[in-house]
Write a protein that binds this ligand. Sequence first.
Ligand code: IMP
Ligand code: MG
Length: 183
Amino acid sequence: MLVPLFTSEIIAERVAVLGKEITETYQSESVPLTVVSILTGSIFFSVDLVRQIRLHVKMDAILAQSYVHHASSGEVLIKNKLKESPAGANILLLDDILDTGLTLKTIQSSLLEQGAASVKTCVLLDKELPPEKKMTHADWFAFRIPPKYVVGYGLDSDELYRNLPGIYELQDDDSGKPEDFVF
Ligand code: IMP
Ligand code: MG
């Protein structure tokens, strides 16, 4: 069952606010901001957010996977290199959701090791967890949510539901099949 959490309108409002804050943060920088999206989940968030950033931005992406079905696998598989070397770049790293923080922390550390001048992080959702289970925090997040499994607006359950315009909690998902009624 899908329980609505955030509508596309509410998401758009928050994304506009984040875009404004990010614009203000990087306004005085002389080099273009490099936005690095962690795919696939942050694809919708990224395209909406960059259009609210009133600065020159370069866009790049990292294909990463840490979740297998509904649980973290404990390791982050990074499947590609950036188009341009991160050396010297101001990077804004985007992800759909920060759970343990393993994904964000692993990729942030890797970009800094490759010589990025700065790597700030912005996520759509920040899942509430006991502090000892959080490996890192994001510089920005759109919404903080309880530790439930969520789908939509890029977030998937075994690759399904990404194209829902809003964000939903997925409950009692024993069938593994998409809900018919949402379409
Ligand atoms: P972390 O590495 O533990 O922070 O997990 C973050 C990654 O796990 C995200 O990039 C998502 O791909 C995935 N993930 C965590 N929670 C959810 C969820 O509730 N729905 C969909 N994907 C999730
Ligand atoms: Mg992800």
